[in-house]
Write a protein that binds this ligand. Sequence first.
Ligand code: FAD
Length: 393
Amino acid sequence: MPRAEVTDLLLIEDLLTDEEKAARDTVARFVDKEVLPIIGQHFRDGTFPAHLIPGLAELGVLGANLQGYGCAGMNTVSYGLILQELERGDSGLRSFASVQGSLCMFPIHAYGSEEQKERFLPGMARGHIIGCFGLTEPDFGSNPGGMRTRARKDGDSWVLNGTKAWITNGAIADVAVVWAKTEEGGAESVRGFLVEKGMPGFSAKEIPGKFSLRASVTSELSFQDVRVPERNVLPKVMGLKGPLSCLNNARLGIAFAVTGAAIACFEGAREYSMSRAQFGGKPVAGYQLTQEKLADMLQEIVKAQLLGLRLMRLKDEGKVTPVMVSLAKRNNVKAALDIARVARSIYGANGITDAYPPVRHMLNLESVFTYEGTHEVHTLVLGKAITGIDAFN
Ligand code: FAD
């Protein structure tokens, strides 16, 4: 399903291979048929549409860009395109896929033992095992290095204590990749632990009162003397570079995906503005102020698409850097959020209800603005790259 001609003004379609388009189109059909008709109600009810997981797995969405172990092995562009379609449906559904694939399957794939890969990845690709990623804590978000969660070696296992907050998929996860401080040989480090549902002392509860990502599970995880066997420790990574590499991987997808929400808002607002008449029967699309809004939206979508696509191609060529990812995440999420707000205004009063998608996307995008590195943190990453001066502290 090529983007409507008006949205793809710069013929970005021509820059995609047949394989990439096919990956996108199957997910686009799934979103049109299975997601759009039900997502508004899930958002209203604050429920995650878990019944969609087998369908997503069937399409190869879960861990789509990983090789082997039952994963689809797509290139990064295809992965980005399918995430973009999911985000056209809802950022909550896309968050589920990002966390499962980029934040949980990726570290097991990259840093796990062969036994861990065989034990978890095929089941995760099939959607039988759900994963989450625990880095953020109640008092440490932008600065994960301050984390208080600790793991102490005791015989042939580790004893984990601490709390993780704002964890996507937390309460529905079968396995949590939990990052904790360790002390080995007198040196402090950070290691990744595969904490499984049902391990004594591990509990997860949903965070109530969200106005954003309501169709997504967001939880607090608690660890009280949880005994984690050595075979559940990721053996191939130590230090903060472990979780940060996962985040970089997820952010890349998000930077590209978020334009899906912007496209849904733009295309909906355009259609609405052509049929909604005010002052003598003229559609609101016929007034210059509305046209300026639509022109600004389209311009930002085209720029975000080009930026996202270039980023994904650089990833496939092995040339992407964290600073590039920061630039794209910062630009594209802000653009999508601005577009959702302007689209909402075009719907007038109707726009504040969940009968139309922009306000849902707008509220969701507030989370996307904050997670995976806040807008401000990405500004500081860029500032440091530009000036050489670290403004974080
Ligand atoms: P803080 O770090 O307290 O920041 C508060 C404000 O201060 C922000 O505006 C921030 O940009 C600004 N700020 C902080 N430091 C600086 C500085 N040096 N200079 C200038 N400004 C600064 N985490 C996980 O580990 N796993 C998940 O699955 C996950 N899912 C999430 C899902 C949702 C819906 C949300 C909202 C969050 C999720 N997070 C998750 C957590 C997310 O990554 C953090 O919220 C984020 O890192 C910001 O941390 P914080 O909320 O503690 O804000």
